[in-house]
Design a protein around this ligand. Structure first.
Ligand SMILES: [Cu+2]
Length: 207
């Protein structure tokens, strides 16, 4: 009886050990920090992301991401997505809303008008070009939002206090990028960052 029981116990022990080794090997870190934006009242809504990693491609997420049009605003105001992500544009209030962008990072060939629709109807678009997409509504000229299309799944948007956290980054040497609508449509800030297991702190000053 004792001999018969000991074998499965040993196998379970080995499996648990393998599981722990696997967890250590894939240990990821987080990039935490605060951003300040020169001349701006607040440092919220700054897009922060890791730029292309040489030799590495990331499959686009299968799940779509939502941008709502509500209270005469694009919600969220700034959205970061990985290239290849489909965005579903909702209209959640009883007025007509349109979605268009005049260019992506200045390239007018990438302009699109997705159309105008009443409350409850969706518009879908898959973003396959990297860059800054300025969202506008031709019914309400005061409405604006931004989609930042990036090449990695490692990104964040700063909160009202300028803090951000890019989660689950594998250890490595990367380029950290940041963009704020307060600076310029076209200026993307870059700086090197080394990520190890645990938290890496980076403070960004955009000007
Ligand atoms: Cu509108």
């Amino acid at each position: 009886m004792m001999i018969k029981l000991s074998k499965p116990y040993t196998q379970t022990g080995a499996l648990i050990l393998l599981f722990h080794l696997g967890a250590i090997a894939s240990w990821a870190g987080a990039i935490k920090g605060t951003v300040s934006v020169a001349g701006a009242a607040s440092a919220k809504n700054v897009a922060v992301w890791i730029g292309a990693v040489p030799g590495k491609t990331f499959p686009p997420p299968a799940k779509p991401v939502i941008v709502d049009q509500k209270h005469l605003m694009f919600i969220p105001h700034v959205l970061v997505i990985q290239k290849g992500t489909t965005v579903v544009f909702l209209n959640s209030e009883p007025t007509l809303h349109n979605v268009y962008w005049p260019w992506i990072s200045g390239n007018k060939k990438l302009a699109r008008n997705l159309g105008t629709r009443p409350m409850g109807q969706k518009l879908l678009f898959t973003f396959n070009n990297l860059g800054i997409v300025p969202l506008l509504c031709n019914v309400h000229t005061e409405m604006s939002g931004y989609i930042v299309v990036v090449s990695t799944p490692y990104f964040a948007v700063s909160g009202p206090d300028g803090s951000f956290e890019v989660k689950d980054v594998p250890p490595g040497h990367y380029t950290l990028k940041a963009w704020s609508e307060e600076i310029s449509f076209r200026k993307i800030d870059s700086q090197p960052v080394d990520v190890s297991a645990g938290n890496t702190t980076v403070n960004l000053n955009l000007r």
